[in-house]
Design a protein around this ligand. Structure first.
Ligand code: 4NP
Length: 155
């Protein structure tokens, strides 16, 4: 059977802070490394459907050279488990929610930092209730995770 082109969905709670930043970092890393992959992000909640990313997330991405102002929040759907080969949660609570939704033959589930040697099981902390510095920490974490995930998919 021919190997299917990878398709990766990043998932957090609101789809306005962490998962759009993971999407942006992974898009850039995949392009730099020549990985052909479909990429999107979503939230387990429906709180920010249709909204652009949080302004602090937009700002940190732009500081690192990526414009995410056109991204729009959406909620995870049942079809995502067949549309994507990998669904990557940003924290354990969202991973647990995805496990409850996943059909038997659905996309492989993981935490983003599971892919980083020595950081398996770690969550990307929610920066929503914090300050700008928290968003820099998030950017660092999602970039590290994105690099490691590209490494894995290139193998
Ligand atoms: P995210 O952050 O899950 O990284 O997008 C949050 C965004 C919004 C809320 C919580 C977390 N909220 O409570 O609206």
């Amino acid at each position: 059977m021919p190997t299917r082109k990878p398709a990766v969905l990043f998932v957090c709670l609101g789809n306005i802070c962490r998962s759009p930043l993971a999407e942006a970092a992974f898009r850039r890393e995949a392009e730099l490394r020549g990985l052909d992959v479909e990429i999107d992000s979503a939230g387990t909640s429906g709180w920010h459907i249709g909204s652009p990313p949080d302004l602090r997330a937009q700002a940190v991405a732009l500081r690192h050279g990526v414009d995410i102002s056109g991204y729009q929040g959406r909620q995870v759907q049942a079809e995502d488990f067949s549309r994507f080969t990998h669904i990557v949660a940003l924290d354990r609570k969202n991973l647990a929610a995805l496990k409850r939704m996943r059909p038997a033959d659905g996309a492989e589930l993981s935490l983003l930092l599971d892919h980083v040697p020595g950081r398996s099981g770690e969550a990307v902390a929610d920066p929503y209730y914090g300050d700008e510095a928290g968003f820099e920490t998030t950017w660092g974490d999602v970039t590290e995770g994105a690099r490691a995930l590209v490494d894995r998919l290139k193998r």
